[in-house]
Design a protein around this ligand. Structure first.
Ligand SMILES: *[C@@H]1O[C@H](CO)[C@@H](O)[C@H](O)[C@H]1NC(C)=O
Ligand SMILES: *[C@@H]1O[C@H](CO)[C@@H](O)[C@H](O)[C@H]1NC(C)=O
Ligand SMILES: *[C@@H]1O[C@H](CO)[C@@H](O)[C@H](O)[C@H]1NC(C)=O
Length: 288
């Protein structure tokens, strides 16, 4: 516990100001001419209205080698099918995710695209500022205004990456789901708004955006398409920290968010997925 306090103190530098609050715009247009009796139209992201989409033709945009059908190898669900050439080794997975997240965070920072780490990735950060060694993907979030900028300026960008020691080279594709224009869950197969994909093996960062579904009545409530809900004060001001040895941002109320999503057990349990937490070295050690 002492150890953890110490790590926390190192990780937290300055809490930065609410970068984006000034340009948060209404995600859902006010239904100006809607009758009170009619259901409101699905919220849409106005910043992506260059797209002309027919909702009734919505199909799944990102594809994986398998779905979530019974008996499917869950690990296959963590590859983009276009770049999948077979399951990678444990070693390649860990190395790929490490560099993928560094390349992602650096690209977003350099292009002034605000992003923060979320879900299981945030849990890994909570323990020691690193990915959980058994994780198969990386989760991040953005505001929908940032997503709209990604769509207009960076869709299908391919970024070449060379690690600091020059030994690891990769190209990453940033791909924005056009169905992200619709901010409700819809048919449910486009809850991922964008991906940052390792083009050598298909592993990816899942990027989801937060929108205000009801900006006039609930101006501080943010939701993703998978029904995770946040208040502005849960997120802002984002905290500046390090993740996988590169600068990163995390939500202001990170611990409350983790407890809500994973329960207090996830912050206390030291045996998980054949790994044991070693407080001396601050690492999860493989036990099996
Ligand atoms: C949208 O697609 C449906 C199904 O193909 C079609 O019936 C409808 O006319 C289309 N709507 C528009 C506005 O094109
Ligand atoms: C991104 O580019 C792909 C390929 O051109 C396209 O299919 C997709 O609709 C684009 N996404 C957005 C949000 O414009
Ligand atoms: C844990 O180790 C056992 C024995 O090697 C193995 O069968 C099991 O699949 C492992 N579980 C995970 C989640 O890796």
């Amino acid at each position: 516990m002492l150890m953890k306090t110490k790590i926390r103190r190192i990780l937290f530098g300055v809490a930065i100001g609410p970068l984006s609050l000034s340009h948060i715009v209404t995600a859902a247009p006010a239904p100006a001419h809607a009758e009170a009796s009619q259901p409101p139209p699905p919220p849409v992201l106005e910043g992506m209205n260059y797209l002309t989409l027919n909702r009734s033709l919505e199909d799944k945009y990102f594809h994986e080698p398998v779905g979530h059908e019974l008996g499917a190898d869950d690990r296959l669900g963590h590859y983009d099918v276009r770049y999948f050439h077979g399951m990678v080794t444990e070693e390649e997975r860990a190395e790929s995710l490490h560099h993928m997240v560094i390349a992602y965070l650096d690209f977003f920072r350099l292009n002034e695209l605000e992003t923060w780490i979320a879900h299981g990735t945030l849990l890994g950060w909570w323990w020691n500022g690193e990915l959980l060694p058994w994780d198969w993907d990386v989760d991040t979030q953005v505001l929908d205004t940032t997503l709209a900028r990604m769509a207009r300026e960076f869709n299908r960008t391919v970024t070449s990456y060379v690690s600091a020691d020059a030994k690891f080279k990769r190209e990453y594709l940033l791909d924005i789901n056009p169905w992200a224009y619709f901010r409700d869950r819809g048919p449910g197969h486009n809850i991922i708004d964008a991906r940052w994909i390792d083009t050598s093996n298909g592993l990816y960062v899942d990027i989801t955006a937060l929108s205000r579904f009801n900006p006039s009545d609930q101006p501080t409530t943010w939701e993703c398409k998978n029904r995770h809900r946040y208040q502005t004060i849960d997120l802002y001001p984002l905290r500046q920290t390090m993740f996988e040895s590169t600068p990163a941002l995390v939500p202001y109320m990170y611990q409350d968010l983790l407890v809500e999503e994973y329960s207090t057990k996830a912050l206390a349990r030291t045996d998980f997925q054949n790994h044991t937490w070693n407080p001396i070295v601050g690492q999860w050690i493989l036990t099996a």
